[in-house]
Design a protein around this ligand. Sequence first.
Ligand code: HEC
Ligand code: HEC
Length: 173
Amino acid sequence: MKQNRNMMAGSILMTAILAFSLYGFGQIWASSKNQANPLYAEECGSCHMAYPAQLLPPQSWQNMMLQLEDHFGENAELDAESKQAIESYLVEASQQGNGSSRKLFRNLGKQVPERITTLPYFIHEHDEIPSRLITSNDKVGSLSQCNACHQRAEQGDFDEDDVSIPGFGRWDD
Ligand code: HEC
Ligand code: HEC
């Protein structure tokens, strides 16, 4: 009995340690400030998730904020004050990108990308997923819907181990 209880305590502790280290590792992309910016989440999170700022270089965000009237075919225009506040936030948070986002910007050269989904590294990571699981999948629609497959995308966590494609499940390559 006593031994059982010790074993149980031991496994709870192990689980906690494991959960913590996985969590810590997965957080490499995370921007704690992302969650703390309600204006950004509200204004830029209604049509798609509020993308973590580290997914694009600062210049990309600046360009995007200059053309919100024609934002990928949609009108996403904002009042000047909100626009300024959101741009400052994105530019600053993007610069806090660590080694992981530099990996994302690999092979970019001097290009200023308009999208995350056209980054060479992004394409490389997603080119094995068949389109029936993306565009022909009601629950996904396009690769821009990161959070359809990456369970913790909104927290900035894109760890391969947390991917589950709707109607397909976990992805093991
Ligand atoms: C009215 C709806 C709408 C609003 C509001 C909106 N967007 Fe978008 N956004 C879109 C659409 C549509 C796309 C293209 C998605 C696709 O191709 O599937 C897009 C794409 C994007 C992409 C590129 C995603 C990719 O494919 O890599 C980024 C980054 C982005 N939006 C940021 C923002 C920011 C920042 C704001 C707030 C200033 C914002 N969006 C507000 C509709 C919106
Ligand atoms: C249809 C499902 C799907 C969507 C939508 C999707 N991804 Fe992925 N993503 C995957 C899969 C599956 C992998 C793992 C690929 C592999 O293991 O080869 C992956 C891998 C990644 C990786 C590499 C992770 C690592 O550990 O190196 C990043 C970063 C990433 N995705 C970011 C994004 C972002 C940002 C978006 C949205 C703009 C997005 N993904 C949209 C399915 C998706």
